[in-house]
Ligand binder design. Sequence first.
Ligand code: GLP
Length: 259
Amino acid sequence: MNWVVEKDYEALSRCAAALFLEAVHRMPGIVLGLPTGRTPVSMYARVVSECSRDTRCFRDATTFNLDEYVSIPRNHPGSYFTYMKKHLIDHVDLDPSHAHVPDGTAATVLGQHPALSFEEALERECRRYEEEIRVAGGLDLCFLGLGQNGHIGFNEPGTPFGARTRVVRLSESTRVANASLFADGHVPERAITMGIGTIVEARRLVLLASGPAKRDALARLTSSEPDPSFPASALWLHEDVMVIADRDAAGQLDLSPRK
Ligand code: GLP
């Protein structure tokens, strides 16, 4: 695992955006795994500002988002589909049909499978998403955020490392942490997430961690062995992982390489 500690959030975002753009330019047909949340917002803004100058950035690229809430409309401000349109898709030359976000809305999943129950249709959507990633050739590069409890995507503590894309129940702490975009306070209870097994099959992983709220999770990541009670520790099983943290998140961590 390689570690980069930047002095603040903007420096972290500059570093992540440079890595993102370098990968997209080096491999035009890249398949990206993409996160949501507060942390990658400035990374996306920097990518967008570079790519609006070079309109061919994403022409042959494909993206797969890590996760999406179940049962909220895709145009809801808290939906990750809306997030991706706002922060990336609407501003670059990415073909919208190559920008994949799991779909947890009854209208679509049931519309496609009218003979199924909603639960069966959701399961079908998870299998379809996993299959789309496989058909695309797998993820070349996957960016990740870090939950305060160590979750990656929406894989909460206790998730087996082999888990595939599926419907999950969110922990109370995750719902509280993500409440700001749900003005009515009704944060969805479930989500569709790429599994840890799906994520660690990406050829390259980049984890972003910013701010003091991530300090404990990052400290645990540096000190833990792979352990399903702390999902991000699955990254120790991968050979090409970069963690980009800012000083607020890294604190006084000892980042000397592991023996
Ligand atoms: C959410 C998302 C994760 C994200 C995490 C951290 O739960 N499902 O994919 O990485 O939160 O978000 P933030 O960057 O806002 O702290």
